[in-house]
Design a protein around this ligand. Sequence first.
Ligand SMILES: [Zn+2]
Length: 390
Amino acid sequence: MKTTLKTDLTVADICEGFEFDKAENKGLFGWSGRLTIQPEYQRNYLYADANMETAVIDSILRGYPIGLLYFNRVGGRYEVLDGQQRITSLGRYIKNLFPIKDEGGHQQYYKSLAKNLQDLILQTPLTIYICEGTEDEIKAWFKTINIAGIALNAQEISNSVYSGSFVTLAKAEYSNSQNYRQTMWRSYVRGNLQRQEILQVALSWVVKSSEREAIDDYMSRHRHDDNIDELKNYFDGVIHWVETTFPEVYDEMCGLEWGRLYETYHGNSYDAAELKAEIEKLYEDDAVTDKRGIFEYVLGGGTEPKLLHVRFFEESVKKSAYARQKKIAEQIGKSNCPLCAQGGGRNAKKIWKYSEMDADHVEAWSRGGASTADNCQMLCKVHNRAKGNF
Ligand SMILES: [Zn+2]
């Protein structure tokens, strides 16, 4: 890759003809149309959220350097490799799209700044490296840079490495704040749209893995596709299944591994009304400490109570059950584990220590048994594990 240093351009030159696309939240062009500010492998504009764009303007006004910019030369045109966010901050400020705070704490849009400060901004020279190289060279280099401030996440890097028609279409669907279809999945999928987290979820569902390698493999195979039908159909299918299986929406549904749950359970048939009744019951049960586990628990037919992180007996309840059993056991000369006592083996008369026993529900929790003193018995660890049910 060949690089040339360029120091004769100013903020005014680069921001000439600056366009910002509000719908897509990105800077489009600068330098009188010669410069593409956000090529496909760049992420959407993040400085506004991160409150960093005012810092760029403050730096210029104080005479601090804003750092090196890297452009990639493609034929007679240029793309921003590194510096998109700083250039977009400058362009947005000059277009009066956000104010800064002056030393007196007052908001100042560009148009309200004193003329000498406006000129100071416009005439600030920029330090730019112009790069020329093959696509692979540029992308390999791009993958290694970490733009000061906010590092690229794994999906953003994959979007740059596999940029092409597939990524463009996938971003239009899953990273586009103007896409009305978002309302379809907002209750079930959690993630930051702009940081490509929704796209990452959609990809992980269709490849049935959240491993980066599997996602990259899929992106690489579909890189030049002219549609995202498979991705979209699969994603929509999962959402549709969730909606019909659970017509009522609960906050805890957001961000669950619906792709995995769909794969595991969509072949079963469920009665939505029955599921709903069960869910309501579990929501009301104070012993269920992880409400997020409820959905997989009911899909699995109630066989995995550990999904619910059920809170069992209080320490005081266990201690009093232990004392009660030990007292009786010593009186009748048998083990304080009722199952050891019954079994008649070598532990039939063994008095276990408190630390060697676990609490058990006489009537299983999954069959309605409460976590109260009258439903608590202490068993030795071996018998408690063997009994196994909740
Ligand atoms: Zn025992």
